[in-house]
Ligand binder design. Structure first.
Ligand SMILES: *Cc1c(COP(=O)(O)O)cnc(C)c1O
Length: 230
């Protein structure tokens, strides 16, 4: 099942790239494996997946420990400051930085290990009350403050668009995040790269790619529906 799903997703990424005249090599497919057992991650690994996304620290650490070391782990979920110390050095990128306090903690722990941590600033692009992320209007100010901290590299933005059955309705949000990223990049802030746009999930990754996503986070589309009862 995973093999067929991956083939389907990759094909759709291919088509979205063609439609928008982009190169497939610009897009990283992150297999979002939260709640899924190791056997399913191993199957995806066998099919060539090397980027996996998790949203809980404990689960990410357990899977990281058990699976091959050439996997790049992406922390995509809300991160509590007291758990930062456990994941520093274990992740390739932290997608969910939305406050100076969290960034300070990551910077402090990265400093202890003398490593630089790649982060994305999470933007609440649909301005939904229930969502994490900085409001778009405050994104530049947050980027400027965090850019002052040592041991961090601001690679770009991440957003979780509103849940919808109609991917087209999220196009406006993806477009807005891309515009915001282009705008901030043009200000040449020290230590701010803005080459990564992590946006698009199972329901809307094709539209996100058309609007400039460089990372898409696909869970259900690869592993099937999640069962939160287990
Ligand atoms: C769960 C999750 C995804 C994947 O969602 P699907 O709809 O299953 O593809 C992507 N991004 C974040 C932040 C998530 O928590």
């Amino acid at each position: 099942m995973i093999q067929e799903n991956l083939a389907f997703v990759k094909n759709k990424i291919h088509d979205a790239c063609q439609e928008s005249k982009r190169k497939e090599t610009e897009i990283t497919l992150i297999a979002v494996s939260k709640t899924k057992p190791l056997s399913m991650l191993e199957a995806a690994y066998q099919c060539g997946c090397r980027d996996f996304g998790e949203n809980k620290v404990q689960e990410l650490l357990e899977k990281e420990e058990a699976l091959p070391k050439d996997i790049r782990w992406h922390m995509i979920g809300h991160l509590q400051r007291n758990k930062v110390k456990y994941i520093i050095g274990k992740t390739t990128m932290i997608h969910s930085v939305d406050s100076v306090r969290l960034a300070q903690e990551i910077s402090k722990e990265a400093g202890k290990k003398a490593i630089t941590v790649s982060i994305l600033i999470e933007v609440n692009i649909g301005s939904e009350e229930s969502k994490y992320g900085v409001p778009p209007e405050q994104a530049e100010e947050l980027v400027r403050e965090i850019s002052q901290l040592p041991y961090l590299k601001i690679e770009g933005f991440m957003a979780v668009a509103p849940y919808t059955e109609d991917a087209e309705s999220n196009r406006q949000y993806f477009e807005r995040l891309r515009d915001l990223s282009v705008d901030i990049k043009s200000k040449n802030i020290d230590n701010v790269y803005m080459n990564v746009l992590s946006m698009g999930m199972s329901g809307d990754y094709a539209v996100a790619i058309q609007e400039g996503a460089t990372m898409v986070r696909v869970g259900t589309g690869i592993f099937g529906e999640r069962d939160y009862q287990i």
